[in-house]
Design a protein around this ligand. Structure first.
Ligand code: G3I
Length: 319
């Protein structure tokens, strides 16, 4: 069978990759597959580059976990997507519960972004600079950043990231951009506004946490093209496809079709640079602990055996 990163590259894409996380790196069978660069040409750290891990106390930086993933990527010839710099979640309480003025919070964002991006400068393909800024109704999420600075926090972070590593692609990443409606419309408007204001923005990430049978390829393609038309690239950044348990053979066939369909959309959109799955195996998927009664969302099962979804990905890249 064809290895997935090889399939992506043969199809003209930059990478096929996966999220991983530091605790999993003690699992030698897991790591043996992860390290195969024909299979995965790109890594995203699932947790260890987030704010709570990197700057747990103000101006106290700890790059231990992030470096472990960055070093592994370098040693195995993979590119990295840095994830993430500014997000309402996994934010240390000194940020989320601090008392801020526009001046002090601006300085905190600039210091965090500048220090983290500088630390990894030259090693990153891209950064998710802003993660999940929108509610599903297209309004801005009212987190500490928005409540203090309005949407200016976005340009503050993007501008600091560009200065710290001019070669990294700067992304905004979000979920539920895969469907038509208020959320994708808001993202298109945001990119339009950032471009008009000369704020650096290079890409938009479509997380793509699907529910079995709910992939709408037509909307996904339209939405990606709405963004690439504005002069940014796009990527599938956190793909998985959760099944209501117990999964039947028919479910696994539908999941194969879902994966094929999503990868096929990335193929159909020239500005879609690559596909990342949100870990490759059900053994380490975030789904069961978050969505009760759902699981088996990844292309490898919990015994690290490829599922029909694997062949769906190959077929998608060959479309
Ligand atoms: O670090 C603590 C550890 O000290 C503690 O003992 C343990 C006990 O529960 O929790 C650990 O924190 C967990 C953390 O992952 C690190 O393992 C959190 O409970 C857990 O909630 C957290 O989940 C992560 C989640 O983001 C948090 O929002 C998932 O692993 C991670 O896959 C997930 O990734 C997000 C993307 O960043 C953004 N898009 C959605 C995606 C899925 O939720």
């Amino acid at each position: 069978t064809v290895a997935l990163n090889n399939a992506a590259k043969a199809a003209g894409k930059l990478y096929f990759g996966t999220a991983t996380d530091n605790p999993e790196l003690t699992d030698t069978a897991y790591v043996a597959i992860l390290n195969n660069t024909n299979m995965f040409g790109q890594l995203t750290p699932g947790n260890s580059m987030k704010w709570d891990a990197i700057e747990p106390e103000q101006n106290v930086f700890d790059f231990t976990g992030g470096d472990q993933i960055a070093d592994l990527a370098e040693a195995t010839g993979k590119i990295i997507r840095g994830h993430n710099l500014v997000w309402y979640s996994q934010l240390p309480t000194w940020v989320s519960s601090g008392t801020w003025t526009t001046e002090t919070l601006t300085a905190v964002i600039q210091n965090h972004v500048t220090t983290e991006v500088s630390h990894y400068a030259g090693k990153m393909y891209a950064w998710d600079v802003i993660n999940e800024p929108f509610n599903d109704d297209g309004t801005f999420r009212t987190d500490v950043f928005y409540n203090t600075l309005g949407s200016d926090y976005i340009s503050i972070a993007l501008t600091a990231a560009r200065a710290a590593d001019p070669n990294a692609k700067l992304y905004i990443n979000d979920y539920n951009l895969e469907y038509s409606g208020a959320k994708i419309d808001a993202m298109v408007q945001l990119v339009t506004d950032l471009k008009a204001a000369d704020v650096p923005i290079d890409g938009i990430g479509f997380e793509s946490h699907f529910i079995l049978g709910e992939v709408d390829a037509s909307s996904l393609q339209t939405n990606m093209e709405s963004l690439t038309a504005l002069g940014v690239e796009v990527a599938i950044t956190e793909l998985d496809d959760r099944i209501e348990l117990p999964a039947t053979d028919a479910d696994l066939e539908q999941q194969k079709a879902d994966y094929e369909s999503v990868v096929g959309v990335c193929m159909a959109v020239s500005g879609c640079v690559g596909v990342t799955i949100w870990d490759y195996t059900d053994k380490y998927s975030w789904i069961p602990s978050t969505f009760s009664g759902y699981g088996e969302a990844c292309p490898w099962d919990e015994n690290l055996v490829p599922k029909p979804a694997y062949d769906g990905i190959v077929l998608g890249f060959q479309s």
